[in-house]
Design a protein around this ligand. Structure first.
Ligand code: ADP
Ligand code: MG
Length: 217
């Protein structure tokens, strides 16, 4: 795929804006999923978080991709309650830290940032793959991203592969029993429902792929 070779702060800001509108559009769907195996607030939580993120980014205008992602993470941690606020907040903060203050992000650096995000989520939440959490979408997405780059793909191809793997991973949570988070209180009754956090992770990565695949971004 022809597309961007390096990602600058404008592109990262466009991703976050796209993510916010995709989450808004899917608010009821996420909340519906969370009503089956949680407390029906995942969509509301994320909309609240990304609304605050948009305001913080507009106000502070972070100058680099890394600083922007750190601001996203800090805002999510301070504005979103529940499990997903600290978990996504940590993911974005770790990604931001991994990117440092470089003005342009290479495909490899974005891969390292995704890996750092995954490590942040697992460090905080201690979920393994198969526990029916956002890790079930993020872990295969990181692997797919790295694999696409290693096979000669560009950053847009890699993001596309990550989004597809995340979506597949989210769908694969349906037959699993939740072993972490609120859904785990349901025991075997958590089987048969798609995990809300894995679903929102797939949305975030689809927004990234859409942004990187857009001409001129
Ligand atoms: P809460 O469960 O506190 O209401 P949310 O509804 O916003 O928070 O988010 C629920 C999602 O958080 C779950 O669907 C799951 O993907 C994710 N989650 C919960 N606990 C963990 C954990 N320990 N590790 C990773 N993800 C988790
Ligand atoms: Mg919830």
């Amino acid at each position: 795929m022809e597309g961007v070779l390096l990602v600058d702060v404008t592109t990262v800001a466009a991703w976050i804006t796209q993510a916010g509108s995709d989450i808004e559009e899917n608010k009821d769907h996420l909340t519906h999923l969370d009503s089956a195996i949680g407390d029906a607030d995942h969509g509301v939580n994320l909309v609240r978080g990304f609304t605050a993120v948009a305001a913080a980014v507009a106000e502070k205008q972070p100058p680099t991709p890394g600083e922007l992602l750190t601001l996203v993470g800090n805002t999510l941690i301070s504005k979103v309650g529940g499990a997903s606020g600290p978990l996504y907040g940590t993911a974005f903060r770790r990604a931001g830290k991994s990117l440092g203050t470089e003005p342009d992000v290479s495909p490899e650096a974005l891969g390292s940032a995704l890996q750092a995000a995954l490590e942040g989520v697992q460090g905080l939440g201690a979920a393994a793959e198969g526990d029916k959490t956002m890790v079930d979408a993020l872990a295969p997405a990181v692997r797919a991203y790295q694999h696409a780059l290693a096979s000669g793909g560009g950053i847009g191809d890699a993001a596309q592969a990550a989004a597809a793997a995340a979506e597949k991973g989210a769908e694969a949570t349906i037959p699993l029993q939740a072993l972490k988070g609120r859904a785990s209180y349901l025991g075997a009754r958590s089987v048969g429902h798609q995990d809300p956090g894995a679903t929102s992770t797939a949305l975030l990565l689809h927004a990234l792929a859409a942004t990187l695949g857009r001409p001129g971004s």
